[in-house]
Design a binder for this molecule. Sequence first.
Ligand SMILES: C[S@@+](CC[C@H](N)C(=O)[O-])C[C@H]1O[C@@H](n2cnc3c(N)ncnc32)[C@H](O)[C@@H]1O
Length: 220
Amino acid sequence: MTVAERSADRFRASRFLHGYAKGKATWDPAYAAVATLLKASDRPLLDIGCGVGLLAAFLRESRCRQSILGIEPDAAKVRLARDQVAGFYPSLEFQVGDARELPGFSGDVVMLDVLHYLDAACQRVVLDEIAARICPGGRALIRTTFRDGTWRYYATLLEEVFVRVSGWIRGGRCHFPTQEEVLAAFRGPEWSFSVTPMWGRTPFNSHLVVVQRLSPETPQ
Ligand SMILES: C[S@@+](CC[C@H](N)C(=O)[O-])C[C@H]1O[C@@H](n2cnc3c(N)ncnc32)[C@H](O)[C@@H]1O
């Protein structure tokens, strides 16, 4: 079985959930990219907006062994993450929580497809709070859509309408940041960054921003 199939196999609560997990783990390139970047890390990982815990399952199936704390405001998703994933692997914890009230933490941070649920002012505060939680040598991995006026940007806006109408995601309006707005929290000589298209086979404008807090031991 593939990593995606093994990760999806944790989700047995319903056929829909299993199908969602299998499709997402198979086709979303961000999961494999995050696993590759974090495979050698023994730093704790904070997964902001962890949903049902699929990324955590994928990381464990990819032999990532760091402790993982997932936070997610939707209590039903946290229950699923606890029931379907946490008991199956060591050192996983899922809590009801919000990006706007991050727990004390030091290590790596991942936040996939969450930033746009926050308004512009909140985004800046949350990005600053993420930066404060990255330890020397640690990374923040943030996937978001950039507000860049491309057709992919407008396709992503349309999809957001669909997921809200369908009830899969709760919430009101969404705000996509520019690339400059995301990187503003990580300016200065102690940071390096890369930005990679991460839309896979979708029409969406997803990019993975990887920032690293350099330390004397960080290979250049
Ligand atoms: C598109 S899903 C992505 C889930 C997960 N990160 C993944 O990639 O599989 C977005 C998630 O962000 C969560 N979310 C929305 N607003 C949030 C907030 N203020 N803080 C943390 N998570 C939030 C949603 O409940 C949802 O589970």
